[in-house]
Design a protein. Structure first.
Ligand code: PLP
Length: 400
């Protein structure tokens, strides 16, 4: 058994020279062709490609409507607007996410209320949502963290009982399914992101899917300054040139250039998902007998979209802490990452009065997790490099 003071900072030479990021887009000839074609067309924004892209996503996830936005964050803002979140409204969400899932509540003047996560799925725990519901609670924003669906049965039931709107941040969840239903058709509104690290990309971009016509109309109006050209909805007289701004909206439109790219990317979505799954399964097999790490949970009845592959360190079986292992893997040119710093630990949220200790499970998890590179463009060599590097570094620091 190695003694603690025998363990020095790992100092091996990297076995690879180029840096492997944790995620990266896949752009091929078809994508280039689609973008060039649209640039030569009549519309480069607010043209027909937007509706094509929206319809393709809606059909795939099984929702009636879809509205494209300039980013996933803009889409979340619009969803909070459509859910009528205002000053004094409380919205329950998870701290184990990117800041945007909770910032959108603040954009509307609402108050984020953080519910702790489940220690195994790292998703918001229905048990911790329940005691936080008050007569001010208006909505729940869930996140299908890493691509693992949240516990929809319990959450939708809870929401129904208390008349809450469920907005699902599925930035990680395109293609994932829960008990046979695709994410995007379960919550009241579901957000997808098309940032380059996500499943498909439009550079920047996002979308909301919904089955609710009222939400759909509000989303459309919010995306375009709060303006309507629909005569039936106008409050004042109708001249032929007339349009009406009825609410304060934004310019959150996606361009047709992006929608053309999105549509071309979307044709490859099942290939992308399969590649991600294959790599995740390869990691699972390679790491299955390592005693000092916990591998991602495979939930029964769910299909993960494998946006992230997260390992959890058993610190009691290691001679060091997470930072050291992070640094050693970075030195190997393996672009490990940490998803996420619990949102309320950021200085801005601390200033708003949120304090450490609020969600103990999320804070403990945060100290122990590392995201490994996972994206369809990874070569066999990239994958093997990650596996070798992780095994080498973890066993170097393991108490054996
Ligand atoms: C990427 C991401 C967002 C934001 O999406 P953008 O398209 O970058 O604005 C929101 N929530 C989560 C969980 C994300 O991963």
């Amino acid at each position: 058994m190695k003694k603690k003071d025998e363990i020095a900072l790992y100092g091996g030479e990297p076995t690879r020279n180029s840096y492997l990021p944790y995620s990266q887009q896949w752009i091929d000839e078809d994508d280039l062709k689609a973008v060039i074609e649209i640039l030569q067309d009549d519309f480069i924004t607010t043209g027909p490609m937007i509706a094509h892209f929206e319809q393709a996503v809606a059909r795939y996830v099984g929702s009636q409507y879809a509205v494209a936005f300039s980013s996933g964050t803009a889409a979340l803002h619009a969803a909070c607007f459509a859910a009528n979140i205002n000053k004094n409204d409380e919205v329950i969400t998870t701290p184990m996410t990117f800041a945007a899932s909770s910032n959108c509540i603040l954009y509307c003047g609402g108050k984020p209320v953080f519910a702790d996560i489940d220690s195994q799925t790292y998703n918001i725990s229905p048990k911790s949502i329940y005691p936080l519901i008050t007569n001010k609670t208006k909505a729940i924003i869930t996140v299908d963290f890493t691509g693992q669906p949240v516990e929809y049965d319990e959450i939708m039931q809870l929401a129904k009982k208390h008349s809450l709107i469920v907005i699902d941040d599925a930035a990680h969840g395109l293609g994932a399914s829960y008990k046979g239903k695709r994410i995007g058709s379960i919550g009241d509104m579901t957000m997808f992101s098309f940032h380059p690290v996500k499943h498909i990309t439009t550079g920047e971009g996002g979308m909301i899917t919904t089955n609710n016509k009222d939400f759909y109309n509000k989303l459309l109006q919010f995306r375009n300054h709060g303006i309507t050209r629909d005569l039936r909805k106008m409050k004042m007289k109708h001249e032929p040139w007339y349009y009406e701004m009825q609410t304060l909206g934004y310019n959150y439109r996606m361009t047709d250039i992006q929608a053309a790219l999105g549509l071309s990317q979307f044709e490859k979505v099942n290939t992308f998902l399969l590649e991600r799954k294959k790599i995740a399964q390869k990691y699972n097999r390679a790491f299955s007998n390592m005693e000092s790490i916990i591998l991602p949970l495979q939930q029964e009845g769910c299909i993960s979209s494998w946006h992230l592959y997260i390992i959890r360190l058993k610190l009691e079986k290691l001679h060091t802490h997470r930072t050291e292992i992070y640094k050693a893997l970075q030195k190997e040119n393996i672009g490990v990452n940490v998803h996420y710093i619990p949102v309320y630990l950021h200085p801005y949220y601390q200033q708003l009065g949120y304090t450490r200790g609020l969600c103990p499970q999320a804070e403990k998890t945060y100290e122990e997790i590392l995201t490994l590179p996972l994206f369809p463009k990874m070569t066999e060599e990239d994958q093997n490099h990650v596996i070798t590097g992780v095994k080498k570094i973890i066993s170097y620091y393991s108490i054996d």
